[in-house]
Design a protein around this ligand. Structure first.
Ligand code: ADP
Ligand code: MG
Length: 568
C-alpha cells in the first residue's frame, strides 16, 4: 500500500506523542492538517501564524511535549519567526512545520518560494528539510527530541509540496523507526550537592530564586518541601510564580528589591541572571553575593557573575538531594532572626502602599483598584495569561498564583502580542486536563490589539477564556478624549499624535457582538465585580471585560510629566 508524505508526517508525529497542532492552512498544507486529524491529533486553526506559534509553545511549556505550529510556505513561515524566537528565548519546546514551494519550482520564482530552512536556523536548535518521504520519521523524531532535550527550544521541519504528496510503499517507511521515549532526568554530582548544602548552611541571609525552568522541570514538590523545611525566603520570577504558592509565608515578592539586595547566598533554581534578575550584579545584588546555580544547560553557568557552586542537573533530583542534606544538618532559619525581620518590615511597608492604592476607588480607576477587584472575583486556581506594560507589571504582584505553570506572560523576550495565542492553548489544555479550571487573560489595550482577532478562534473552539482588557488608551499611558483632540488639533496628525496614544475609550467589548453576544464595559469596581461574576458562569465561549481606567494612571504618583520622562 502506498502512503504519502502528509500521512507519514502525521503518523510520525503521533508516534512521537504530539497531541496538539496550531496553525493556518493553505497551499500546500491543507491535506497535511486533515492527515493530522485523521490520526487523532488535535488541530486548532488560528487567525495569524504568529499567534499559532505562541499557542504551540504554550502547550509545550504546559505539557512538556512540543506543540506543533503548522504554516504555509514563504510568508506563512516568516510570520512564525517571532514566535520561534520567543520560544527559543524562553527555553520552551516548539516544533514548527511549514509547507514550502515544490522542489521543481525552486530557483525559478516558485509560488511563495523562500529560503525557509536558512531563515529558521537562527531561531532553532534543529532545522532541516527531510530529503525523502522515507526519512520523514527520522527527522520528526530528531526534531521532537531536539526541542525537548537539555534546554528546550525550537525545531523546524521544512516540507516541500512535492515531499508532502510523494507516495511510497508503506512497508518501506520505517514509521516505528525510533522513539527515544521520555528522557531520564540528569542527576547532580553528589559532591556539588554537599558543597551547595555547606554554602547554604553557613549563609546568614539566604534567598531561593525560583524560575520558570523549575516550573518547566516540574520541580514543585521538592522545592515546596525545601522551602517549608528550611524556612528560607523565596522569590519567584514572573513565570516561576506558583511553583511554591504566592500565598506561602516564605514568599518575599513584596520585598523583592530588599531580598535581592541583601541576600548573601542565592540558590538559583531554573532562572538566568539576565535583565529580569538585574544580571545578578551591583547595584541590585550585594557585591559579594554567592550564587548556587542549578541549570540543565551548563553553558549558562557563570554568565554575568561567577557562581560559587554551579550544578549541572535537572532541578528536581538536585533539590531532592539538597533538601535531604540540609535536613541532616538540621538547617532551618529562625523566623524571629534578623533576616526575616528585615524582610517582614519591608513587606509590611510595601503592602501598605499597595493596599492604599487598591482601596482608592476614585474614578477613573487606577490599576491597583482594578487588580484587587479582579483577584477577588476570579477562581483561585485560574490560569493567568498576562501582557502589557503597566498591566503586566502591576498585575504580576496582585494576581496570585498558587499552582505551578499557571502564569503565561511576555516572558524573557518581553514579547507583546502573545496573550490571545497563549490563552487559546491554555484553554485547550484546561478542556482536556482540568475542565473546571478557567483561563483569565489580562491584557493591556495595546497588547490585545496585536492578536485580538483570535477571539474568533476562541468562539470557534468554544473556549471560555475570560479576557480582561485594562484600557488606558495607549502604550504605557494614554490620553482622555479632550486631551487627545487638543493634541491632534495642533498640527499634522502624524506629527502631533503621541506615538504612545491609542484611540480613546475603544469599545473592545463590542467584539462580542460579532458573534451575537454582548461584552462588558466597566468603569467602576462594582461593574468589574458584576462582569466577572457573569463571565465565570459562561463555559462555552469567551467573554470580554473592557475596563476603562485613568489613561494617566501609572505606578506611583508621577515626578515627571510624560514629555520629560526619560525612563522609557
Ligand atoms: P526565568 O524567566 O524564570 O528567570 P529563565 O528562562 O531565565 O527563567 O531560565 C530558565 C532556566 O531553566 C534556563 O537556563 C534553562 O536552561 C533552565 N531549565 C529548564 N528546564 C530545566 C530543568 N528541568 N532543570 C534544570 N534547569 C532547567
Ligand atoms: Mg494601554
Amino acid at each position: 500500500m502506498g502512503i504519502d508524505g502528509n500521512n507519514i508526517l502525521a503518523e510520525s508525529l503521533k508516534r512521537q506523542g504530539i497531541e496538539y497542532v496550531f496553525g493556518i492552512v493553505g497551499i500546500p498544507v491543507i491535506e497535511t492538517s486533515l492527515a493530522f486529524q485523521s490520526v487523532g491529533i488535535k488541530y486548532v486553526g488560528m487567525r495569524n501564524e504568529q499567534a499559532a506559534a505562541y499557542a504551540a509553545q504554550a502547550i509545550g511549556y504546559l505539557t512538556g511535549k512540543p506543540g506543533v505550529c503548522l504554516a504555509v510556505s514563504g510568508p506563512g513561515l516568516l510570520h512564525c519567526i517571532g514566535g520561534m524566537a520567543n520560544a527559543q528565548v524562553n527555553c520552551w519546546p516548539l516544533l514548527v512545520i511549514a509547507g514550502s514551494c515544490p522542489e521543481d519550482h525552486e530557483g525559478i520564482g516558485g509560488f511563495q518560494e523562500w529560503l525557509q530552512v536558512e531563515s529558521s536556523r537562527l531561531y532553532c536548535k534543529y532545522a532541516v528539510r527531510p530529503p525523502s518521504p522515507k526519512l520523514i520519521p527520522l527527522h520528526v523524531e530528531r526534531a521532537v527530541r531536539s526541542a525537548c532535550a537539555g534546554r528546550p527550544g525550537v525545531a523546524y521541519l521544512d516540507m516541500p509540496a512535492t515531499l508532502l504528496t510523494a507516495e511510497v510503499d508503506e512497508d518501506k517507511v520505517p514509521l516505528d523507526f525510533y522513539n527515544a521515549g521520555p528522557l531520564t532526568l540528569a542527576h547532580p554530582d553528589p559532591s556539588l550537592v554537599d558543597r551547595a548544602a555547606e554554602v547554604l548552611s553557613k549563609a546568614e541571609r539566604p534567598l531561593v530564586i525560583v524560575g520558570k525552568g523549575a516550573a518547566y522541570g516540574r520541580a514543585e514538590e521538592p522545592i515546596r518541601k525545601l522551602v517549608e523545611n528550611t524556612k528560607m525566603p523565596f522569590l519567584p520570577t514572573p513565570m516561576g510564580k506558583g511553583v511554591v504558592p504566592d500565598e506561602s509565608p516564605y514568599c518575599v515578592s513584596t520585598a523583592r528589591t530588599q531580598a535581592l539586595l541583601k541576600a548573601d547566598v542565592v540558590l538559583l533554581l531554573g532562572a538566568r541572571l539576565n535583565w529580569m534578575l538585574h544580571f545578578g550584579q551591583v547595584p541590585r545584588f550585594a557585591p559579594d553575593v554567592k550564587i548556587i546555580q542549578v541549570d540543565i544547560s551548563p553553558e549558562e553557568f557563570h554568565n554575568s557573575v561567577k557562581s560559587e557552586v554551579a550544578v549541572h542537573s535537572d532541578i528536581k533530583p538536585f533539590v531532592d538531594a539538597l533538601a535531604q542534606k540540609l535536613a541532616n544538618k538540621k538547617f532551618s532559619l529562625q523566623p524571629s532572626g534578623g533576616w526575616w525581620q528585615a524582610l517582614k518590615e519591608k513587606q509590611k511597608k510595601n503592602t501598605e502602599f499597595v493596599e492604599a492604592q487598591a482601596n482608592d476607588k476614585s474614578l477613573p480607576l487606577n490599576y491597583y483598584a482594578v487588580f484587587k477587584t479582579v483577584q477577588a472575583h476570579i477562581p483561585k486556581d485560574s490560569l493567568i495569561v498576562s501582557e502589557g506594560a503597566n498591566t503586566m507589571d502591576i498585575g504580576r504582584g496582585m494576581l496570585l498564583n498558587n499552582l505551578p505553570r499557571h502564569r503565561l506572560d511576555a516572558g524573557t523576550f518581553g514579547t507583546m502580542g502573545v496573550g490571545p495565542g497563549f490563552a487559546v492553548a491554555a484553554a485547550m489544555w484546561c478542556r482536556d486536563h482540568a475542565p473546571n479550571k478557567r483561563v483569565v487573560c489580562v491584557e493591556g489595550d495595546s497588547a490585545f490589539g496585536f492578536s485580538g482577532m483570535e477571539i474568533e478562534t476562541m468562539f470557534r473552539y468554544k473556549l471560555p477564556v475570560i479576557i480582561v482588557i485594562v484600557n488606558n488608551n495607549g502604550i504605557y499611558s494614554g490620553f482622555d478624549k479632550e486631551m487627545m483632540e487638543d493634541l491632534q488639533g495642533s498640527g499634522d496628525v502624524a506629527q502631533c499624535t503621541p506615538p504612545t496614544a491609542l484611540s480613546s475609550e475603544v469599545r473592545y467589548e463590542k467584539m462580542m457582538e460579532l458573534f451575537g453576544f454582548s461584552g462588558h464595559l466597566c468603569r467602576t469596581t462594582q461593574e468589574i465585580e458584576a462582569a466577572l461574576k457573569e463571565a465565570v458562569k459562561v463555559t462555552d465561549r469567551p467573554s470580554i471585560i473592557n475596563i476603562l481606567i485613568n489613561p494617566q494612571a501609572n505606578r506611583k504618583p508621577q515626578t515627571f510629566n510624560w514629555l520629560t520622562e526619560s525612563k522609557l
